[in-house]
Design a protein around this ligand. Structure first.
Ligand code: SAM
Length: 366
């Protein structure tokens, strides 16, 4: 006997569920599917599959595997996951898949509105330290930066999208007159500079200005220096330095922190150092996570769960691992403004930029 099985309803005892239970079961299934899809989106990023699909061309698993130079069996399974996630479209009669134009603007290196696929790598980066985080739930303490495989690599890719490519069109225009001063020649610092891509781009754009990047991690400082060398830049220096102990005498006209205050061991102290190091007519630009300080004010934040999760599994715990305060990624705009004021910044304006839904931009003057 031949039977045909369809999956009109999920395999749940739906008839026995109250409407509230039914709604929650759908929600929880959507949630696990979202987590699974996130892993596959990240794999698409790392294997170049989004780049290969980004032109909207119709493909089969065979043609896509050939185009991306990958193994067909894996590509077939990946396409099935992305089709059931409603990210790629599928025509069963022809066996063809394609990335609709409205989706292509967010996925792949040529994505017109910025490639979001790299951001999904953070889910697997965090998954790699899950056991250590579980231990911390039991014993306290934290997981140090060096425990995170590929964190800095993923962060540098993220920085390319939200900072490096947006410097000229979005970020520098937040500070009127700044580009003239950069052209004339000023002193600029980036604290928690990571792999230094933003500073290297600025150093290339403004050869009369002098740039200094500080970061705790030896690996990122090394990467930043290598890129500067490759680019032949002589107006930029990178220093391995714990920002908590920034005791330099040199003052700066402009200081940046890109996504680098909330995971500091002692963020209040670092803000105090920044205030001391910025000239009285200088500017401090702080890019940090777009969140509200109170949990209830983050319910409508489209990235609320993501922010609290990266906080718990990275930003908060790396601070605690340094014996720090564990401020967390969702410290929020209200607390950020308060702490900037306490550090001595009397003039703070808050901005959102269209290319970056993850961050706020605080332009701070003494
Ligand atoms: C989230 S990453 C951001 C990196 C970079 N600004 C970017 O946008 O790609 C935060 C950076 O702060 C650095 N950091 C953390 N604690 C630090 C400390 N105590 N002193 C100096 N840098 C620190 C980390 O090494 C890391 O590179």
């Amino acid at each position: 006997m031949c039977t045909t099985m369809t999956h009109e309803a999920a395999a749940t005892p739906a008839d026995d569920l109250t409407p509230g239970q039914q709604a929650f079961s759908e929600h929880i299934f959507r949630t696990i599917n979202g987590g699974a899809a996130s892993l596959m989106i990240a794999i698409g990023h790392r294997t170049g599959l989004w780049d290969a699909l980004n032109d909207g061309e119709r493909v089969t698993s065979v043609s896509l595997a050939a185009k991306a130079q990958l193994d067909e069996r894996y590509v077939r399974e990946w396409l099935a996951a992305m089709a059931t996630a409603r990210i790629v479209e599928y025509a069963p009669e022809s066996g063809e898949y394609w990335l609709p134009a409205d989706h292509a603007v967010f996925l792949g290196k040529d994505a017109a509105l910025g490639d979001m696929s790299g951001m999904f790598q953070f889910i697997s980066v965090l998954g790699n330290v899950e056991s250590r985080i579980v231990d911390c739930f039991r014993t306290g303490g934290g997981v140090p930066y060096e425990a995170y495989d590929r964190f800095h690599e993923c962060m540098a890719q993220e920085s390319d999208v939200t900072v490096v490519e947006a410097l000229e069109d979005h970020i520098l225009p937040l500070m009127p007159g700044l580009t003239d001063r950069l052209e004339q020649g000023i002193a600029v610092a980036d604290i928690g500079c990571g792999s230094g891509r933003a500073l290297n781009r600025l150093a290339a754009l403004y050869p009369n200005s002098r740039f200094t990047g500080y970061d705790l991690c030896e690996d990122t400082v090394h990467l930043a220096r290598s890129e500067a060398e490759e680019l032949g830049l002589t107006n930029v220096a990178f220093v391995q330095q714990d920002a908590t102990l920034l005791d330099g005498e040199d003052l700066f006209d402009l200081i940046f922190t890109f996504d680098a205050v909330h995971d500091q061991a002692q963020p209040a102290e670092v803000l105090g150092h920044i205030r001391r190091l910025v000239k009285d007519d200088g500017i401090y630009l702080m890019q940090d996570i777009d969140a509200a300080t109170k949990v209830q004010d983050n319910f409508d934040n489209p990235l609320g769960t993501f922010v609290y999760t990266i906080s718990c599994m990275h930003c908060m715990t790396v601070s605690l691992a340094q014996g720090g305060v564990g401020l967390g990624a969702a410290w929020g705009a209200e607390l950020a403004e308060q702490m900037l004021g306490e550090a001595g910044f009397g003039d703070v304006s808050l901005h959102r930029l269209p290319h970056d839904m993850m961050n706020l931009y605080f332009v701070c003057r003494p």
